[in-house]
Design a protein around this ligand. Structure first.
Ligand code: NAD
Ligand code: ZN
Length: 345
């Protein structure tokens, strides 16, 4: 191994990402070194590329970006047990602290001191990634590297979708981005009755219909109430998964939910947005905010479901060699793609 590697980094505080040569990270006693095979481009990476206000506030420069990855272990720290060189893996990109009440209670995903690879710490858009062995998730043979590279967003979808019991329920998903589409596939997999997914982007609704057995609804052109009538639904949706970050989508969800319905909120609104709380109170709605994945329960469940027939491969619409990363980011920035996967091999 040479001690230089290719990496995609934010090297100046302005829009864009640049391919650089960087030293291969040196691992500590509790870390492993992962040779990266495939990475996924996330909406977060687009914020970082665009250098919006959030990115400017959050991301140190220079920084190697990226947090969705699959690869194999090539070096192991001296304290690490239970992992071997050559082990294929993905991993949790949130580096948790061990001091908070939540962390000490084993609720690692609720640790307030969490730092993200590719956001606060050196990331996975590189030939090699240093990761605490704790964060490694070994991949079974049934999960190849390109699926391994999208387990992070699939984990968001699984975490949100499994927030409430969906068996026999009618589910409304607002936002047919990659995560909404994967959540729709999960909702079907676990036994929801009707899964309706909304968007205003027809390309994405068409993709949703190709990936999962769902009812796509273009809310710019179609009336959601009419769709419900067509499905012989009488009292509204039982569960809502908000995956657009759009205020109108949330309003529409509340409007179309059953009395006592439940909403899991994953979508991140761009800033403060008005909410009609009295409707939520009078409908006795339960709302849960969802952040990241449950470490490691979501990983366990999603791998089990993938081994048991959950199929989300269709959500990957673009594959590029990493040298063509600009095309990959263009596809994502176009707003109609599903997942875009970059090949580092
Ligand atoms: P995305 O931006 O690709 O998809 C959002 C979709 O919502 C788009 O297709 C857009 O056209 C659609 N939309 C816009 N207005 C709408 C409306 N009125 N009704 C229905 N749909 C509408 O996002 P993604 O990558 O799939 O992620 C989904 C959301 O989850 C984003 O808001 C993202 O920021 C957020 N997110 C949150 C976490 C977390 O930990 N909470 C993690 C990852 C992503
Ligand atoms: Zn991501």
């Amino acid at each position: 191994m040479t001690n230089q590697m290719k990496a995609l980094a934010k090297t100046k505080p302005e829009p864009g990402l640049w391919m650089i040569h960087a030293p291969v990270p040196e691992i500590g006693p509790d870390d492993v070194l992962i040779k990266i095979n495939k990475t996924g481009i996330c909406g977060t990476d687009i914020h970082i590329w665009n250098w919006d206000a959030w990115a400017e506030r959050t991301v140190p420069v220079p920084l190697i970006t990226g947090h969705e990855f699959a690869g194999e272990i090539v070096e192991i720290g001296r304290n690490v047990e239970g992992l071997e060189i050559g082990q294929r893996c993905s991993g949790e990109g949130h580096l948790i602290g061990k001091k908070s009440r939540q962390s000490r209670a084993g609720k690692f995903h609720l640790d307030p001191a969490t730092r993200g690879i590719g956001v606060n710490e050196q990331g996975a858009f590189a030939q090699y990634l240093k990761l605490p062995a704790f964060n490694v998730v070994p991949l079974p043979d049934a999960i190849d590297d390109e699926i391994g590279a999208i387990l992070d967003p699939l984990g968001n979808a699984v975490h949100t979708a499994l927030s409430f019991d969906l068996v026999g329920e009618d589910v409304l998903i607002t936002g047919a981005g990659p995560i909404g589409i994967m959540a729709a596939a999960v909702a079907r997999h676990v036994g929801a009755r009707h899964v309706v997914i909304t968007d205003i982007n027809q390309d994405r609704l068409d993709l949703a219909a190709r990936v999962a057995d769902v009812v796509p609804v273009n809310v710019a052109r179609q009336d959601l109430k009419e769709v419900e009538t067509g499905l012989r639904m009488k009292e509204g949706f039982d569960v809502g998964l908000e995956m657009s970050g759009n205020q109108q989508a949330l309003d529409q969800m509340v409007e179309n939910l059953v009395m006592g319905g439940r909403i899991a909120l994953l979508g991140i609104p761009p800033g403060k947005s008005p909410v009609d709380w009295s409707r939520i109170v009078f409908k006795a709605i339960t709302i849960k905010g969802v952040y990241g994945r449950e470490i490691f329960e979501t990983w366990y469940k999603m791998i089990a479901m993938l081994e048991n027939g959950l199929d989300v491969r269709g959500v990957i619409t673009h594959r590029f060699k990493v040298d063509d990363f600009v095309q990959g980011f263009d596809a994502m920035r176009g707003g109609s793609s599903g997942k875009v996967v970059l090949d580092w091999t």
